[in-house]
Design a protein around this ligand. Structure first.
Ligand code: HEM
Length: 310
């Protein structure tokens, strides 16, 4: 929910009733989106417009509208906070004051950003910790890198610091490869499109792009494609692969617009966690069963033991 702070400029305390309600509502929304994509393909999408879904949507819309109304930039002359920082909603309100956005645009933009960001980053951090707990030697190497940059512990992580973690970059990319938070995306062909001789997508056909499977294809990632191996992202190895072999953030004009923000938060969270804590688990890597839904989940979530580093 850190994202709510950056997007809406308001904090929702973790563990509070409000927090649980919001999480539950977004889970219902994600579940319905998954159902809808399957039912719609056979013309039965209307079946997913259940009273529970309508109630949840109403709740979330009211929540977002309320957060917008509470935002000081709506009333203030200036749309900046005192410290000069701006939440996304401030930019949307600024666009509204300039006549570029309607009130409804502000609501839709805010809603989209919360929905697109709320779970994705959390899943990657969890997956990275699970994978590191299962591969202690890789965790130690990542820890040593973090310790070499922050020998005396961490007080703050600045944007420029992010250049100092080539190994952690590779660990994060590899976690996103094996556990892409958005495992499938869909597109509709605007025109008849020839992918290669003999393979043509007819106009208006809907296509699912299975990122999860793409990221494990042996032709692209080698015979050990299913193993956790950050070396897959050594610059020399990236150069040898097709640029679309890896697309955790999608590709092209409709790719993830939060990619830089996501990468920044992932680094800050993992740097901070790895510097002071050590993760282990008895759960075996080969026993992981992923449940590719709208967002990726685990059939059984591996439990982690956490030890504070001396
Ligand atoms: C690790 C974290 C994240 C991953 C893996 C991820 C992945 C993706 C993917 C695969 C798409 C394409 C979806 C599609 O084509 O159907 C997407 C779109 C999008 N993402 Fe992210 N995302 C992440 C975090 C974020 C964050 C933090 C934000 C906002 C702060 C965000 C905002 C968006 C938005 C608004 C879109 C829709 C863009 C459009 O349709 O033009 N994402 N993301």
């Amino acid at each position: 929910m850190m994202n709510i702070l950056t997007i809406m400029g308001t904090k929702i305390d973790e563990g509070s009733e409000n927090y649980k309600e919001v999480m539950n509502a977004f889970n219902i929304l994600a579940h319905r989106t998954a159902q809808n994509s399957v039912y719609s393909s056979v013309g039965l999408g209307f079946l997913t417009l259940t009273p529970e879904y309508k109630k949840t949507l109403k709740y979330l819309r009211e929540l977002v509208c309320d957060l917008i109304k509470k935002n000081p930039s709506l009333k203030a002359e200036s749309d900046e906070y005192e410290d000069g920082k701006q939440a996304l909603v401030n930019l949307a309100v600024k666009a509204m004051k300039q006549g570029l956005f309607t009130a409804s645009d502000v609501e839709i933009e805010s809603f989209t950003m919360i929905a697109a960001s709320y779970e994705t980053s959390a899943i990657v951090v969890y997956s990275a910790l699970v994978l590191l707990a299962m591969h202690p030697e890789i965790q130690e190497r990542a820890f040593e890198e973090v310790r070499s940059v922050f020998p005396d512990g961490i007080t703050s992580v600045e944007y420029d610091d992010l250049k100092k973690f080539p190994y952690l970059d590779m660990v994060i990319a590899e976690a996103l490869r094996l556990a892409p938070p958005i495992p499938y995306i869909g597109r509709q062909a605007i025109n008849e499109t020839e992918l290669r001789p003999g393979v043509t997508i007819p106009k208006e056909m809907q296509v699912i792009i299975p990122i999860f499977e793409l990221h494990r294809r042996k032709e692209l990632w080698g015979p050990e494609a299913a193993r956790f191996n950050p070396e897959n992202f050594l610059p020399g190895n990236i150069a040898k692969r097709h640029p679309c072999a890896y697309m955790a953030f999608s590709k092209g004009p409709r790719n993830c617009i939060g990619v830089r923000y996501a990468e920044f938060t992932l680094h800050v969270l993992l740097i901070t966690l790895l510097r002071s804590l050590k993760f282990s688990t008895t759960f075996k890597y080969d026993d992981i069963v992923f449940m590719p839904n709208v967002t990726l989940s685990y059939k059984v979530e591996p439990l982690l033991s956490i030890e504070v580093r001396a």
